[in-house]
Write a protein that binds this ligand. Structure first.
Ligand code: NAI
Ligand code: MG
Length: 503
C-alpha cells in the first residue's frame, strides 16, 4: 500500500519555487509516527512575492484576465481542475488519509466533494454573467442607478488540517469563480494534497498568479498574509484563538475577514426516537473524521427516560468501531493528526476525570496499537455545566453526555455555550423539531441526522464560532465587492449654484 509522497516547492506565479529561506517542515504519518517526507516552509519574503503575483494576475488589463474575464471563461478552468482531481482520486484520497489520519473511505468522500465543489462553483461562475448588473429603482427621474458585483481583489485563504483539501476548496473554488486571485496557506499539519492541487493547476494551465499555494507555519506564513497591505480579504477556517489573532491583524488595515471557527455543538435526542438510528447519528456526529470536526456534535443531550438504554447502546457500538491505520479496509477511526493533538485530547480527558466526570468508555490508547496517535472513542458522563469538557472544543473522539427532562431544559442546555456553529435534534415529532430549530443559536441545524453538508447550502456559525458563510451563493458573496453606479441622465443642469431658485 506504500505510496510515494511527492516532494514539492511553493507554488507561486504558476511556478514551483524554493522557499527563500530554504526551510522545510517534516511530514509525520500519524499512524506510524514516522517521518515520510517534507513540505516547503514559506516566510514573509515568499508571501510578498506571491501577493505581487496575485495582484499582477488580478489587475492585468485587456484580453482574458482573470478578474475581467467572463464567469464562463473562469468556469472552464474550474471544471478542468475538477476533472483532474477526479482522475487522481485514488491517489489523492490515500495521500489525505496518510497525512491527516482520516479513514480512507472518508478521504475518498472528501475528494469527491472537492471535485463536486469545483463543479458547483463552475456553474455559479457561469450564472454570474447574467446576474452582474442589477437595476435599482430610485425616486428621482434625473438619475438611473444600478449595482454591479465585482471581484474583491487578492484574497488570502488560511485553512486547517481536518479536511485539508476540502476546506481549501471551500474557499479556493468560490474565490476563483468570483474573479479574485488568491494565496492559499494550508495547515502545516496536512499540506500534501494542497500541494497536489498546485500540481493540478499547473497541469491544466491555470494562468500564472491566479492561485498561489504557500505551505508553512501559521506565525511565519499565515500571519504575514493576514497583515499584508495588498491582500484585500482574509477567509479563515480554524481555531477560535487563531481566528481572533487574524481578526486583530486584519483590523489594523480594516481588511474584511470571514471566520469559520470552533464549536461545541449539541445533539438533542428526545424519548420518541428509534434508538438504533439515533445511536448511529450520535456516534457519527462526534467520531467521524476521528472527532476532529468543527461542527462535531460533541455534547449529547439525552432525555432522561431513555438515557440508560441509549448510553448502553452507544458503549456497545463503540466497542465494535474498527480503530486502525486509515488505509486498512473497514477502518472507522484513525489516529488524531499529531502528537500535540494527542496530548491535548488526553489532557481534556484527564481534566474531566479530575473534575468529577465518569469516563464510561474509552479515554485511552487502544491496546492493540502501540504506535500512532490513536485514541479510543470516548464517552464521558456525570458532566456538569461548569466542567471544561462541557465548555471547550476538544477536537478529538470525545463525547460528553448530559440528561434533560423537558424541552425547555434541552434548549437551555443546548445554547449553554460560547459557540454557535451547529446543533442537531433527533425526534419523530416534527413540530418539536421545528421549535428546537428556531431555538438553537447556531448557523447550521440538522434534523434527525448530524453532519451532512452540501456545497449548495451556506456553512458557518455565530457567537465564538465566527461569522460569514462558506458555500452556496453566500460563499461567492464573500469574494465580491458590491458597487453602486448612479448616473445623472437629465439634460438639465443640476442647478445648485447656477439656478438656486429652482432647487
Ligand atoms: P489553527 O487554528 O492554529 O490553524 C489553522 C490555520 O491557521 C493553519 O493553517 C495555521 O497554520 C494558521 N495559523 C496559525 N497561527 C496563525 C497566525 N498567527 N496567523 C495566521 N495564520 C495562522 O489550528 P491548529 O494549531 O492546527 O490547531 C489548534 C486547535 O485548533 C486544535 O487543537 C483544534 O482544537 C482547533 N482547530 C479547530 C478547527 C476548526 O475547524 N474548528 C480546525 C483546526 C483546528
Ligand atoms: Mg500530516
Amino acid at each position: 500500500m506504500a505510496i510515494p509522497i511527492p516532494t514539492r516547492q511553493l507554488f507561486i506565479d504558476g511556478e514551483w519555487r524554493e522557499p527563500i529561506k530554504g526551510k522545510r517542515i517534516p511530514i509525520i504519518n500519524p499512524s506510524t509516527e514516522q517521518t515520510i517526507g517534507d513540505i516547503p516552509a514559506a516566510t514573509a519574503e515568499d508571501v510578498d512575492i506571491a501577493v505581487e503575483a496575485a495582484r499582477k494576475a488580478f489587475f492585468r488589463n485587456g484580453g482574458k484576465d482573470w478578474s475581467s474575464a467572463t464567469g464562463a471563461h473562469r468556469a472552464k478552468y474550474l471544471r478542468a481542475i475538477a476533472a483532474k482531481i477526479t482522475e487522481r482520486k485514488p491517489e489523492l484520497a490515500k495521500l489525505e488519509a496518510i497525512d491527516c489520519g482520516k479513514p480512507l473511505e472518508e478521504a475518498a468522500w472528501d475528494i469527491d466533494d472537492v471535485a463536486g465543489c469545483f463543479e458547483y462553483f463552475a456553474d455559479v461562475a457561469e450564472n454570474m454573467d447574467s446576474k452582474q448588473v442589477t437595476p435599482i429603482s430610485v425616486p428621482m427621474e434625473a438619475f438611473k442607478c444600478h449595482v454591479v458585483k465585482e471581484p474583491l481583489g487578492v484574497v488570502g485563504l488560511i485553512t486547517p488540517w481536518n479536511y485539508p483539501l476540502l476546506m481549501a476548496t471551500w474557499k479556493v473554488a468560490p474565490a476563483l469563480a468570483s474573479g479574485c486571485t488568491a494565496i492559499l496557506k494550508p495547515s502545516e499539519m496536512a499540506s500534501i494534497t494542497c500541494l497536489e492541487l498546485a500540481n493540478v493547476c499547473k497541469d491544466i494551465g491555470l494562468p500564472p498568479g491566479v492561485l498561489n499555494i504557500l505551505t508553512g507555519l501559521g506565525p511565519e506564513a499565515g500571519a504575514p498574509l493576514a497583515s499584508h497591505p495588498h491582500v484585500d480579504k482574509i477567509a479563515f477556517t480554524g481555531s477560535s484563538a487563531t481566528g481572533s489573532k487574524i481578526m486583530t491583524a486584519a483590523a489594523q488595515l480594516v481588511k474584511p475577514v470571514t471566520l469559520e471557527l470552533g464549536g461545541k455543538s449539541p445533539i438533542v435526542v428526545f424519548e420518541d426516537v428509534d434508538l438504533d438510528k439515533a445511536a448511529e447519528w450520535t456516534l457519527f456526529g462526534c467520531f467521524w473524521t476521528n472527532g476532529q470536526i468543527c461542527s462535531a456534535t460533541s455534547r449529547l443531550l439525552i432525555h432522561e427516560s431513555i438515557a440508560p438504554a441509549f448510553v448502553e447502546k452507544l458503549v456497545k457500538w463503540c466497542e465494535n468501531i474498527k480503530i486502525s491505520d486509515p488505509l486498512e479496509e473497514g477502518c472507522r477511526l484513525g489516529p488524531v493528526v499529531s502528537s500535540g493533538q494527542y496530548d491535548k485530547v488526553m489532557k481534556f480527558i484527564s481534566t474531566a476525570k479530575e473534575e468529577g466526570a465518569t469516563i464510561l468508555h474509552g479515554g485511552a490508547r487502544p491496546q492493540h496499537l502501540e504506535k500512532g496517535f490513536f485514541i479510543q472513542p470516548t464517552i464521558i458522563t456525570d458532566v456538569t455545566t461548569s466542567m471544561q469538557i462541557w465548555k471547550e472544543e476538544v477536537f478529538g473522539p470525545v463525547l460528553c453526555v448530559k440528561t434533560f427532562s423537558t424541552e425547555e431544559e434541552a434548549v437551555e442546555l443546548a445554547n449553554d455555550t460560547q459557540y454557535g456553529l451547529g446543533a442537531a435534534v433527533l425526534s419523530q415529532d416534527l413540530a418539536r423539531c421545528e421549535r428546537m430549530t428556531k431555538a438553537f443559536q447556531v448557523g447550521i441545524v440538522w434534523v434527525n441526522c448530524s453532519q451532512p453538508c452540501f456545497c449548495q447550502a451556506p456553512w458557518g456559525g455565530k457567537k465564538r464560532s465566527g461569522f460569514g458563510r462558506d458555500l452556496g451563493e453566500w460563499g461567492l458573496d464573500n469574494y465580491l465587492n458590491v458597487k453602486q453606479v448612479t448616473t445623472y441622465v437629465s439634460n438639465d443642469a443640476w442647478g445648485w449654484y447656477t439656478a438656486p431658485s429652482k432647487m
